[in-house]
Structures are given as structure tokens and as C-alpha cells.
Design a protein around this ligand. Structure first.
Ligand code: T3D
Length: 256
């Protein structure tokens, strides 16, 4: 399928989805949101890891501020266009890596933070830019950020709208890794390969359990773990993992 605002390719089970409006730092317009949602909800079966990244020097500058129609109905735009895109990331049938190649601002930052794993290049930064234009953080930011870094840092990021460097973000636990710029591309590729060769069902169950943990008490979480582990225990990948261990060889997971 042809896309105008994103690039999409698949190699060795890794799908790379590149936000591709570099002249505006990959600002999100309606078409980009639709194309992202469409691609993420119709991945071919061979895909076992998705890498989201940006073309040019930025990752994503958030809402395209030249789009007057989105501005005229923010609630509708969020409900009808942002929410499906974010749910497509959170419910993707393969683990998602956000490869933050440069600045991630506004909804662009929160799109990255919705991924399962965020790897940023050291020169990148995360900006909750919203209050600069009189808005509140959206695109899931008010849910994800306080859970990741606590209320004090979340409030500081959101009220001051200053860039948080990739290194600071990693030190705070907002993201998984900040890599030196020279190691970024290979580091992302190695992580993507590792996930694409891994036990996909276990990865998706881990996402479900970690997400649910924020709402559950411990008994409810223990019950969820038991159910999800029962499911993992019936997978071919569990059989393969144990056989490989006993035979002292690396496992070859099928993702089933
Ligand atoms: O539906 C709704 O509207 C509600 C949803 C809201 C969600 C949101 O995301 S609100 C937050 C929107 N985003 C921002 O406020 C960030 C705006 N951008 C910036 O602050 C800066 O551009 C960056 C920090 C991202 C990058 O700064 P810098 O100095 O590296 O680059 P630049 O020169 O500012 O940007 C390069 C070009 O991209 C420039 O165009 P030009 O002058 O070369 O023709 C700039 O205007 C354009 N650009 C950057 N961000 C956006 C944008 N154009 C449209 N929309 C943008 N968000």
C-alpha cells in the first residue's frame, strides 16, 4: 500500500515505520495519524518487531500547528484520530521500539513514550511542549509520564515545557536507553533483531501484565500472572526454550 507521510519497510521480521515529513520535523497531521494507525493494525504475519523512527533530524514535533481544522476541535481530533493511533501502538501485535533519532515534542514525545521500549540517540530530547501554546499534555502523556518518573518530575516537565535530554530521560527511567549518536543506528538494529527473534507471545503478555499492574492490587496481579503464564506455558516457544536449555544450544523461537 502507498503512504504519503510515512515510510514502511520489512526486513528479517523487523518492520520499520518512519515518520516522513522532515521539513516540519515530522509533525503529525490527519493523514499521518491515519497512515500510522492503518499500518500498525494490519501488519503482515512475518512482522515480529516494529521500529518507529523519524526522517531527518527530528523524531516528531507533535501536532502540525498549521492545521486549523484539528485546532478547531481538539477533543474530536484526539478522540477520533490520536486515540486510535496510540491504541494501535499499545496493542500492536508485535513489540514496538521507538527509535528517537532527534527531538520529540508534544504529542510526538508521547507517541514515542507509548512504545514498549524507547531508545534515544544522546542528542535527542523530549519536550512536553504543550503549555508553550496553552494546552495540556495529551496523547497519553499524563498517564505514562507520572507512572514512569513520579509526579514531581512529571509536573516539572509539563509545567516548564523544557527539553529533557535523552541521558536525563534514561537516568529518570522515562526511557530504556540513551545511546551515543555514533552507536544509535546499530544499537537500535541489534535490539530490533533480538526482539524479532524472541518469544513474541511472551513479550505481548509482559506488556499486558505491566500495563495492568498500574491498576491492580497484588492479588489481582498474581491472578493475571498465573493466567498469562498458563498461556505462555502452552506456547511452542516455551517448549523450544526448555529443549534448547537442556540441549545446551540457543533457542530458535517461532513467535508462536
Ligand atoms: O489536535 C490538536 O491540535 C491537539 C493535539 C495537540 C498535541 C500537540 O502535539 S500540541 C504540541 C505541538 N508541538 C509543539 O508545540 C512543538 C512545536 N515545535 C517546536 O517547538 C520546535 O519546532 C522543535 C522543538 C520541535 C524543534 O525546534 P528546532 O529549532 O530544532 O526546529 P524549528 O526550526 O523550530 O522547526 C523546523 C521546521 O519545522 C520549521 O519550519 P520552517 O521555519 O523551516 O519553515 C517549523 O515551523 C516546523 N515545525 C516544527 N514543529 C512544527 C512545525 N510545523 C508545524 N507543526 C509543528 N508542530
Amino acid at each position: 500500500m502507498h503512504h504519503d507521510t510515512i515510510l514502511f519497510s520489512i526486513e528479517d521480521g523487523v518492520a520499520t515505520l518512519t515518520l516522513n515529513r522532515p521539513a516540519v520535523m515530522n509533525a503529525l497531521n490527519r493523514q499521518m495519524r491515519q497512515e500510522m494507525t492503518q499500518v500498525l493494525t494490519s501488519l503482515p504475519p512475518e512482522v515480529r518487531c516494529v521500529v518507529m523512527t523519524g526522517a531527518g533530524r527530528g523524531f516528531c514535533s507533535g501536532q502540525d500547528l498549521t492545521d486549523a481544522s484539528a485546532a478547531a476541535d481538539l477533543e474530536g481530533t484526539l478522540r477520533d484520530e490520536y486515540e486510535p493511533m496510540l491504541q494501535a501502538v499499545r496493542q500492536c501485535r508485535a513489540p514496538v521500539i521507538a527509535a528517537v533519532n532527534g527531538v520529540a515534542a508534544g504529542a510526538g514525545a508521547n507517541l514515542a513514550l507509548a512504545a514498549d521500549v524507547v531508545i534515544a540517540t544522546e542528542s535527542a530530547s523530549f519536550i512536553q511542549a504543550f503549555t508553550r501554546i496553552g494546552l495540556i499534555p495529551d496523547a497519553g502523556g499524563t498517564w505514562i509520564i507520572p507512572r514512569a518518573v513520579g509526579a514531581a518530575r512529571a509536573m516539572g516537565m509539563m509545567l516548564f515545557a523544557q527539553p529533557v535530554s535523552a541521558r536525563q530521560a534514561a537516568d529518570w527511567g522515562l526511557i530504556w536507553q540513551a545511546l551515543p549518536d555514533a552507536e544509535f543506528v546499530e544499537g537500535v538494529a541489534a535490539s530490533a533483531r533480538a526482539l524479532a527473534e524472541g518469544p513474541t507471545g511472551a513479550y505481548l503478555a509482559i506488556r499486558e501484565a505491566v500495563t495492568a499492574s498500574f491498576e491492580h492490587d497484588m492479588p489481582a496481579q498474581l491472578a493475571l500472572e498465573a493466567r498469562l503464564q498458563g498461556q505462555a506455558g502452552r506456547s511452542a516457544d516455551f517448549g523450544e526454550g526448555v529443549s534448547a536449555f537442556l540441549q545446551k544450544r540457543p533457542p530458535v523461537f517461532s513467535g508462536r
